[in-house]
Design a protein around this ligand. Structure first.
Ligand code: ADP
Ligand code: TRP
Length: 334
């Protein structure tokens, strides 16, 4: 079987939390490192500019996301790891793709449609209020991200499937028009959320809800956040119901089956929430402390992150320049 080109992007829009770690980073790394395929992972910094409009904050997010993946074990020798900003060919391709995209396809993109609907619901006179062209053409830059590298498979969450479909339909339209395979038609590889990690308030953990446990917060902060998890007011030695407890849910996410079973039994026998939370803290911290040290180290030596991203960009551009030459020749004749 020939090797597949697999590519995905991560948008730097906030501090990564344990939901991102368990639901996305950990499973993706396992997959990448166990695979013989050509993996590319990039920081979708230009996509983040549709919403993040503060350069200092922007830089912070980019370094945080890059350092997080590296600290969690991303091996830059196995995965081409780069930032969008270092691949200018993306913009040439975006333009060419835009000339083959009916505007209606972008009108129908979920993210844009949701914003329009919000304006209508709020009684705004302009349905496009607050929509910048970056948001509107977001799927085109994403299509360029994918198509520039002859990508076969794009691992994405359910919310991004439509964007991959848009890329696929642009590729197929161009191929049909030029009667040759100018662009590889990509497919999405839908990654089911391994488990939805609940936030401190019981809803889904998300930066938008302000209910997160940041993945690499200090040990002290982690302890504080764990202690803040809501628990009932039963007596210290009263039996606790593991299945209705957030403490147990978090514990399970980090522990082996046997460890979870033992913890369940302890709770049912009756230990205080204080003791249970101390055990939970240890469990999370055991897994995180090694990567946290690497993360802090990288964040204090950002030039190391720059260097790794630059090395990745050299590899990515070698492909991008060649492919762009080929596509330009096929579409424009020069
Ligand atoms: P957020 O909701 O905090 O903005 P993102 O939308 O940036 O998170 O998600 C980035 C990745 O992390 C996605 O692949 C998403 O499926 C995963 N993810 C986010 N929150 C959770 C969660 N609570 N549980 C499991 N996976 C999550
Ligand atoms: N839009 C994706 C997200 O919000 C990030 C992204 C940008 C991406 N370009 C991509 C993902 C290309 C896969 C392939 O999560």
């Amino acid at each position: 079987m020939s090797k597949k080109n697999i590519l995905t992007g991560i948008k730097p829009t906030g501090t990564p939390h344990i939901g991102n770690y368990l639901g996305a980073i950990k499973p993706a790394l396992k997959d990448m490192h166990n695979s013989d395929n050509n993996y590319k992972l990039f920081v979708a910094d230009y996509h983040a500019h549709t919403t993040v409009k503060d350069a200092k904050l922007f830089q912070e997010y980019v370094y945080e996301i890059a350092a997080t993946w590296l600290a969690c074990g991303l091996d830059p020798d196995k995965v081409t790891f780069y930032a969008q900003v270092d691949v200018p060919e993306l913009f040439e391709l975006t333009w060419l793709l835009s000339c083959h995209t009916p505007k209606g396809d972008l009108n129908r993109a979920h993210a844009y449609k949701a914003l329009v609907q919000e304006n209508i619901d709020k009684g705004n006179k302009d349905p496009d209020h607050g929509v910048n062209m970056g948001l509107f053409t977001y799927p085109l830059l994403m299509a360029a991200d994918i198509l520039l590298f002859d990508t076969n498979l794009v691992p994405v969450g359910k919310d991004q499937i439509q964007h991959v479909e848009i890329a696929r339909s642009i590729a197929s339209r161009i191929n049909a028009l030029y009667k040759t395979e100018v662009l590889v038609e990509p497919e999405s590889l839908v990654v089911d959320e391994v488990a939805v990690v609940p936030g401190l308030d019981g809803r889904k953990m998300s930066k938008s809800y302000d209910n997160t446990i940041p993945l690499f917060c200090s040990e002290k902060r982690l302890k504080k956040l764990v202690n803040r998890i809501t628990s009932d007011s039963s007596a210290a030695d009263a039996p606790k119901d593991p299945d209705s407890s957030l403490v147990f849910k978090y514990y399970q996410l980090f522990a082996s089956k046997d460890e979870s079973k033992a913890f369940r039994e302890e709770l049912m026998k009756g230990i205080s929430w204080g003791v249970a939370k101390a055990q939970l803290f240890e469990k999370i911290n055991d897994e995180i402390k090694g990567p946290r040290e690497i993360y802090n180290n990288l964040m204090e030596n950002k030039e190391q992150i720059d260097k790794l991203l630059q090395a990745g960009a050299i590899k990515a551009r070698a492909v991008a320049v060649e492919n762009m030459k080929r596509i330009r020749k096929q579409l424009l004749g020069y």
